[in-house]
Design a protein around this ligand. Structure first.
Ligand code: GAP
Length: 431
């Protein structure tokens, strides 16, 4: 983990937020490479779960909502962590994560557990007397329930269907830890899938299969993935059943995504609290009913971290160590680096011209500093799947070499075919 965290900072994947002021606990900034990686991941999720289905619709709702949303959802009442403080070293812990009744850091005596709500509060409005206290959303899904009627009538669809959203969520985590795994500001990719109660098991199973497939298609090692079924007694207040996908991180198994059967809990709650009818009308059977909800809820940051951990390799090549990030090409921040073999004899101009053309299709990088071997290593370290070298043969016959990051093998390709050659290998589109 330490090596990965250091690489992420050095190469511009992830920085500590507000680093020059000493950092702020539980918040992270995604640098030039991190932002591309995260964007590719979200685009792939959207493509697979939304664009490829005829019964999925998108939403991008506001982060700040009416405070009643969180009363109705149960978060004001139930979104609590039980905390204990050490009377000696003053360290704070979540009571449910402690083994034993003494401080794990110094062995000191602990206080009685106290409940703290994990939502981040904010005030909306400029003057103190008119400002309304509300919350930064702790999950994206509630706005999907609140907007259910509007989406339903605007898309004129039939059940079963889903509404998907990607966006930021905020939680006052007691112990943000494990790099970006548990943060206070993070992104979720959530789907609320509305179906009939009689079909809930069938849809639950279908979503389980599709979720699993998505992780495999990201290139995650299947031996490092597993399902965890929550025991009935520890289910969240809204859930009839929850299973999690877990990944085997360097510190152990951790949740990447939850799949929950939320039943009719949320629509019923919002209907009761708002006084608005949130039932669904089936025009064929003339029935009004509250749909059952199956919810796949994934973390962008956790999946990004799993992808990074999964990709990091150190190996020896011809007596030298190389660090290589074997990111799936569709996720790699930079798809191709264009490198003239040497900085003379007109190779630079040809390479610059080629890079300018490729840039229109996908994210590229141009580099003519240092020896070619060193430039290859730099690209390996950030996961660039293809390096294109412009050499003397390019001047002779108009071909370039394309070097594969993982096998390090090179093939010669005519310059005019390079864009299509690479595009075909880096796309997240499926046939
Ligand atoms: N709407 C249901 C819901 O929010 P959750 O299990 O609390 O369920 C879903 O969160 C996903 O959001 C988790 O599986 C995880 O990937 C991500 N997540 C939750 N809390 C997080 C945190 N503090 N930091 C990073 N990701 C988090």
């Amino acid at each position: 983990m330490e090596k990965l965290v250091s690489l992420c900072k050095r190469k511009g994947f992830i920085f500590q937020s507000s680093g020059i002021y000493g950092g702020i606990n539980g918040c992270w900034d995604f640098g030039p490479l991190g932002v591309e990686l995260k964007k590719n991941l979200k685009d792939d999720w959207w493509y697979f779960f939304v664009q490829m289905r005829d019964n999925m619709f998108g939403l991008d709702a506001s982060i700040i909502t009416h405070p009643q949303v969180w009363v109705a959802s149960g978060h004001v009442e139930a979104f609590h962590d039980l905390l204990v403080d050490c009377k000696s070293c003053k360290h704070r812990f979540r009571a449910d994560q402690l083994e034993g009744d003494r401080c794990p850091d110094c062995g000191g005596e602990l206080t009685e557990p106290r409940a703290f709500n994990s939502m981040l509060r904010t005030r909306l409005g400029v003057s103190d007397d008119t400002a309304v206290e509300t919350y930064l959303r702790p999950e994206t899904c509630q706005s999907i329930f609140v907007d259910f009627k509007d989406v339903c009538s605007s898309v004129r669809t039939k059940i079963p269907f889903g509404i998907a959203q990607i966006g930021k969520s905020f939680r006052n985590e007691v112990n943000p830890r494990n790099f970006i795994f548990r943060s206070r500001e993070f992104e979720q990719m959530e789907i609320e899938f509305f179906c009939r109660e009689s079909e809930e098991e069938q849809w639950f199973e279908r979503w389980q299969q599709d979720i699993w497939q998505w992780y495999l298609d990201l290139g995650l090692d299947p031996a490092k993935l597993r399902w965890y079924e929550h025991p009935k007694e520890s289910l969240a207040h809204y859930s009839k059943r929850t299973v999690d996908v877990e990944y085997d991180f360097p510190w152990g198994w951790g949740e990447l995504q939850g799949l929950a059967n939320r039943g009719t809990y949320d629509l019923t709650q919002h209907s009761t609290h708002s006084g608005k009818d949130l039932s669904y009308f089936d025009a064929d059977t003339k029935e009004h009913f509250t749909p059952t909800v199956i919810e796949p809820s994934a973390g962008v940051d956790r999946t990004t971290l799993a992808v990074l951990c999964n990709a990091y390799f150190e190996e020896e090549v011809k007596g030298e160590q190389r660090v290589v990030m074997r990111l799936h090409p569709k996720l790699a921040p930079i798809k191709a680096a264009v490198l003239p073999l040497v900085k003379k004899d007109g190779l630079v101009e040809i390479a610059e011209d080629l890079e300018a053309k490729l840039r229109r299709k996908f994210k590229t990088y141009y580099d003519h500093t240092a020896a070619i071997g060193r430039r290859y290593r730099r690209q390996d370290e950030i996961g660039t799947p293809y390096c294109i070298c412009v050499d003397y043969d390019t001047k002779e016959n108009g071909t370039v070499t394309i070097r594969d990051r993982d096998s390090m093998e090179q093939v010669r390709v005519p310059m005019g075919e390079v864009a299509a050659w690479i595009q075909q290998r880096v796309t997240f589109e499926r046939d």
